[in-house]
Design a protein around this ligand. Structure first.
Ligand code: SF4
Length: 252
């Protein structure tokens, strides 16, 4: 097990896999702001935040980070299928928060994707489309970062139940930091209200979890917040947060 790692873009010596495991145990149950402070101090400008501008978690995290530093880069993926409201909201938010932002785009346009893989790729045939439009752009961006933060929480999906505060991700060759893994949905919204954090306007229109337009629908008040994502399809994740989860192109 590596005890230390060298940063991808400067001479900083970073904690290795064993040290990350120990730190993760120490930070278990800590306030998310404590985890953020540790991450900013440890990784400096080698740290990024991945945000979709769709849920309250990412926005709460963005707000917390902006109170600690103005150096963390916000990575956000524009799949070409996102809601117009999400794109407009992203622009508005980034005028308010002074963090650098990188909008990641897939290598293929939707038209090129359809031409290469078939007409079904226009209407969100999952897995291959998520691989091309979400996972690969993030993977490419993370080649330049040592660590990335995400607002995922354990109660969101069964795949997220084992989320660690800090974990080494082999496929991204970067540490993944989840500052609020044990927060409940109520805690997220308490933070949003208390700190006047802006949220995607679609969240006030019956949506509770927002991804790409073709497979996101509003949910009833008694439904699971993520029930509106990929409804009717055996899929709850795009693959970004699935452990060891490279979705194979051959499987499309
Ligand atoms: S959520 Fe649907 S449209 Fe968006 S990248 Fe994945 S498969 Fe494509």
């Amino acid at each position: 097990m590596h005890e230390s790692l060298r940063s991808k873009h400067n001479d900083r010596i970073l904690p290795g896999l064993g040290a990350l495991e120990r730190e993760s145990e120490l930070l278990e149950g800590a306030d998310p702001r404590e985890v953020i402070e540790w991450a900013v101090e440890t990784y400096g400008e080698g740290l990024a935040l991945s945000a979709s501008f769709g849920g309250g978690e990412g926005m709460a995290l963005l707000d917390m980070i902006s109170k600690v530093t103005d150096k963390v880069t916000v990575l956000t993926i524009d799949t070409g299928f996102i809601f117009k409201e999400t794109a407009e909201f992203r622009e508005e938010v980034m005028r308010r928060y002074k963090l650098p932002v990188e909008v990641l785009k897939p290598e293929l346009t939707i038209e090129e994707q359809v031409e290469r893989y078939g007409e079904q790729m226009r209407t969100c045939t999952p897995n291959l489309c998520c691989q091309i439009r979400k996972i690969e752009p993030l993977q490419k961006a993370l080649n330049r970062y040592d660590a990335w933060m995400t607002g995922i929480r354990r109660e969101q999906t069964p795949q997220r139940a084992g989320t660690k505060v800090i974990a080494w991700e082999e496929r991204y060759q970067a540490a993944k930091i989840a500052p609020m893994p044990d927060w409940t949905e109520a805690q997220v919204w308490d933070y949003v209200r208390a700190h006047d954090v802006p949220v995607n306007p679609l969240l006030h229109q019956g949506y509770k979890s927002i991804g790409c337009e073709p497979q996101t629908r509003p949910v009833h008040h008694d439904e699971d917040p993520r029930a509106g994502r990929w409804a009717g399809i055996d899929k709850t994740e795009c693959g970004i947060h699935v452990e060891g989860g490279k979705i194979s192109r051959a499987g499309a």
